[in-house]
Design a protein around this ligand. Structure first.
Ligand SMILES: NC(=O)c1ccc[n+]([C@@H]2O[C@H](COP(=O)([O-])OP(=O)(O)OC[C@H]3O[C@@H](n4cnc5c(N)ncnc54)[C@H](O)[C@@H]3O)[C@@H](O)[C@H]2O)c1
Length: 237
């Protein structure tokens, strides 16, 4: 494996599980120094990232530890199915707080550091529901559409400072987030496996490898859009 991220300093949230854990491992394998955060687990910084100053503290600690910051990958997220009727206000707000507001705050706090070295990278994690909707996913889809929009505007604003911002949009990935649904509803698993022309669910590493590419020098001219990493599932949407 190449050391294409040697000398780069990264913050990855949601790093205790699933896609975030795979991203942290892949960036480290490519030579980056990685500072990990999550609400739980074996990470450098344990906090609920919806706390008003949590992302300020996270960036300060990461900067103090690594002496700079080049890469930000906010992977922390939540999702469950809630039908529109009877959808709880507090849960809707919680999804926006975790999936959107915490991402906004992290990028805002990291921006000055990312600009400082002229080659910053922000890779947000959207979803195929950043583009489409689905039953029971009002809050989740709204948050993921918003993350894609946020990413595009960040790309416009920070591009002049050499910072790229892209949004990876995973399809159905087998992680602790989705495992309960796939286990309880085998037909749901079969549906997603069949929908993808590559005929399988994704693995966290399928996403992590693309994130690492987007963080690398090879992706220096890629910015301001979403990229489906879904085994081709959305060609049939
Ligand atoms: N798994 C999929 O099919 C899929 C598809 C599209 C997008 N995504 C997105 O990928 C990202 C990672 O999801 P995953 O599937 O790896 O799920 P996961 O549940 O395995 O990991 C999510 C991590 O986020 C952390 N987290 C949740 N709330 C937090 C908070 N308030 N503060 C700090 N950390 C918090 C959790 O503790 C967990 O470690 C999420 O943004 C998710 O929406 C996942």
């Amino acid at each position: 494996m190449s050391m294409r991220l040697q000398g780069r300093k990264a913050v990855v949230t949601g790093a205790a599980s699933g896609i975030g854990a795979a991203v942290a491992a892949r960036l480290a394998a490519d030579g980056a120094q990685v500072f990990t955060a999550d609400i739980q687990g074996e990470v450098d910084f344990v906090a609920d990232l919806t706390g008003t100053d949590a992302n300020t503290r996270l960036v300060a600690k990461a900067n103090a530890r690594m002496g700079g910051l080049d890469i930000v990958v906010p992977c922390a997220g939540i999702s469950t199915f809630h039908p529109l009727e009877g959808h709880d206000d507090a849960y809707f707000q919680r999804v926006l707080d975790v999936n959107l507001i915490a991402v906004f705050r992290l990028v805002r706090e990291a921006a000055a550091h990312l600009k400082a070295h002229g080659a910053g990278r922000i890779v947000t994690i959207g979803s195929t529901t950043s583009t489409y909707g689905d039953e029971g996913l009002c809050a989740y889809s709204a948050s993921k559409h918003a993350v894609l929009g946020l990413t595009k505007s960040i790309a416009a604003e920070l591009g002049p400072f050499g910072v790229t911002a892209t949004c990876v949009q995973p399809g159905a990935i087998d992680t602790p987030m989705t495992a309960p649904a796939f286990d309880q509803m085998p037909e749901y698993r079969t549906f997603w496996e069949g929908k993808a022309p590559l005929r399988r669910l994704g693995k966290p590493e399928d996403i992590a490898d693309v994130v690492a590419f987007l963080c690398s020098e090879d992706a220096r001219f890629v910015s301001g859009h979403g990229l489906w990493v879904d085994g081709g599932a959305m060609v049939r949407h």
